[in-house]
Design a protein around this ligand. Structure first.
Ligand SMILES: [Zn+2]
Length: 356
């Protein structure tokens, strides 16, 4: 197969001949290939494309992200949760640093040759991030006050990533007024600030009642946000979403794509007339790709199908704003997206009227 060209892997109908590849390529890669539109003469000549965020230029970062599939993989939701904490910005930033394990603890300083690695308070324990935040008696003093006895085992167990995940994902540890993850983040911030002040300011004394201090901070912040939101409140308009018929002589094509984390994606759609009557529908197995690509596949298959059924005036409805935007802009950030877009442009340019 050394001299084969890519288009030889597609059959006469323009579909991938997956049987040929099935014995040569692992199944997960095969599913990724299935989600790419196969090449075809009518799509025009090959052209050079840039790999990266922009379509024309090459960037090392873009290439790296492409190879690692960073744009395709759903972000670890810990990061999203960290940025959605309802705490002051500096606290969110601290959580972000903890997640990266970048706090300048003695352990890290020691690796840089700047200090010994031990905790100033304990003396005989290495001061890692987890030590300052959880295991040092100074931190335990706060946590044992608020974490119920039944959860202490799991709270004081596991490595840093587990501990962060546990605290960002659970809101039930402390049935009090505030969200646990917000309280946890604020506590971490205080523990770190107090630790720093103790190191650098000889006169500093930790609050006598640390938990009460943290709760007060939390309440102050909540009140400030509340006051701000009252000041910024605007009238909201509630829009009911429902099916509306197409214009006279038009038919309506609705398409959708769906994807579940690390599972195969699919797309489908339905065609209906002015009276809401069913004119046709389709569904397709897409392969391994993002929700965005699955949505684009829905548009491709829907347009093909509508044209094949002989409809010449079509209103196209897509439920993804991102897809509508790229259809109007004409470019997307991914190569797979761009080849589908090119095909959609060809479909739209046929002998019919399609309104998006
Ligand atoms: Zn310590």
């Amino acid at each position: 197969m050394r001299d084969w060209k890519v288009h030889e892997l597609a059959d006469n109908e323009g579909k991938w001949n997956l049987n040929i590849l099935a014995n040569l390529i692992p199944a997960d890669i095969l599913m990724k290939i299935a989600a790419i539109i196969p090449p075809k003469d009518e799509y025009g000549n090959d052209e050079r494309v840039g790999i990266g965020r922009n379509n024309c230029g090459f960037s090392v970062a873009g290439m790296y992200n492409n190879i690692c599939c960073h744009h395709e993989v759903e972000d670890n939701n810990m990061w999203r949760k960290a940025w959605r904490l309802k705490v002051p910005e500096r606290v969110r930033t601290l959580v972000w640093m903890i997640l990266h394990n970048r706090l300048l603890t003695n352990s890290l300083k020691n690796k840089m040759g700047l200090s010994h690695a031990m905790c100033e308070y304990c003396g005989d324990k290495e001061e890692t991030t987890l030590h300052v935040m959880r295991d040092c008696p100074k931190a335990r003093e706060v946590w044992t006050y608020v974490v119920p006895l039944s959860l202490r085992g799991i709270f004081f167990m596991g490595d840093l990533q587990h501990w962060i995940g546990f605290n960002l994902n659970s809101n039930s540890q402390r049935r009090g007024r505030e969200d646990w993850s917000d309280f946890w983040a604020l506590s971490c911030h205080c523990l770190w600030m107090w630790r720093n002040k103790e190191c650098h300011d000889a006169d500093f004394v930790r609050p006598h009642r640390p938990v009460r201090h943290i709760l007060q901070l939390s309440e102050d912040y909540r009140n400030a946000v509340l006051n701000n939101s009252v000041a910024l409140a605007r009238n909201q308009v509630v829009t009911m979403i429902g099916w509306s018929p197409p214009k006279p002589l038009f038919i309506k094509l609705k398409t959708d794509g769906a994807y579940k984390d690390r599972q195969v994606a699919g797309c489908g759609g339905v065609l209906r007339g002015c009276q809401g009557e069913w004119l046709g529908s389709f569904a397709k197995w897409v392969g391994l790709c993002s929700a965005f690509i699955a949505e684009l596949w829905g548009v491709v298959e829907g347009l093909r199908y509508a044209h094949q059924l002989g409809f010449r005036k079509v209103e196209l409805n897509i439920d993804s704003e991102a897809v509508v935007r790229v259809l109007k802009d004409g470019t997307s950030n991914s190569m797979a997206g761009n080849s589908l877009l090119k095909h959609i442009r060809n479909l739209l340019a046929m002998d019919w009227i399609v309104e998006i």
